[in-house]
Design a protein around this ligand. Structure first.
Ligand code: PLP
Length: 259
């Protein structure tokens, strides 16, 4: 490596050390800060008027500008008095883990490239499956965020429960509290808006089971015509509210799934 690059790497290392002590101070005294910082209009004007430079600027200049103009002018959602529903970095431990992993950026695409990270991922997933009560055949993978997690789970559920031909006839019941990324994921994997049926939530923000049963009952003649060989217990309930147990039985035996 040439001398100039080595010099710059050392400078970056010093800035990261400085940043680390600033972050620790920031977290240790966060409660003395306001939750919301209003951005001075000059800061936004300054940022707006900046052109993308044809040559990179000195790293120290950019570092100072990021601290002064960018990070310090945001809503502190990790603040103890912030009532935001989506928490930021839960603790400095998760920050530390991210920093370390980013620095080494292990290529965990296969076991040969990164055997130790691969082993840790498998062990953690098994541990989480056990916590959730999944069988030994359960498995999974870590993904980068909520939207991609929902997309992955919806794809797995679709492939586990529906044949290719059945996809266009499937109905997906979601509560009115369901995150918008679920509808987005369903759209990406080929379901239409009409296939998504929204069930109101109850006072605890859970899907209202009575309303779910009513919605399923409304679809019952259509479902029945599509699936002629219903369980006798289900056949008898036609025309009355289907008790949830029967619906679950129905779901278990038919092309339904829960997630
Ligand atoms: C319940 C839920 N699902 C999905 C998401 C989307 O997550 P991401 O922004 O990581 O894609 C969020 C984040 O707001 C969420 O709260």
């Amino acid at each position: 490596m040439n001398i100039e690059t080595q010099k710059q790497n050392r400078q970056i290392g010093m800035l990261v050390q400085d940043f680390t002590s600033q972050v620790v101070d920031f977290y240790n005294h966060m409660e003395t800060q306001p939750v919301c910082h209003s951005v001075p209009s000059e800061t936004l004007t300054h940022l707006e008027n900046q052109d993308i430079p044809s040559h990179g600027r000195p790293v120290q200049t950019v570092y100072s500008e990021m601290l002064r103009d960018v990070y310090s002018n945001t809503l502190l959602i990790q603040h103890p008095r912030s009532f935001s529903c989506v928490p930021s970095t839960a603790s400095l431990l998760s920050w530390m883990g991210d920093v370390m992993t980013n620095a080494y950026n292990p290529h965990a695409s296969c076991q040969v490239n990164a055997p130790a990270p691969d082993l840790i991922e498998k062990k953690l997933i098994r541990w989480m499956c056990d916590l959730a009560g999944y069988p030994a055949s359960g498995g999974g993978l870590f993904v980068s965020g909520g939207s991609i997690a929902n997309l992955t789970a919806l794809t797995a559920a679709r492939d586990a429960r529906l044949t290719y031909d059945e996809r266009s006839r499937a109905i997906i019941y979601v509560s009115d509290q369901t995150h918008s990324s679920v509808a987005k994921g369903l759209h990406i994997i080929g379901f239409s808006q009409e296939q998504i049926h929204i069930i109101p939530a109850d006072s605890r923000f859970c899907m209202d089971m009575d309303k779910l049963q009513a919605a399923v009952k409304k679809m019952f003649p259509i479902i029945k015509s599509l699936l002629p060989s219903l369980h006798p217990q289900v056949r008898q309930t036609q025309g009355v509210l289907i008790p949830l147990q029967i619906f679950l039985h129905f779901a278990k035996n038919m092309t339904c799934g829960f997630m």
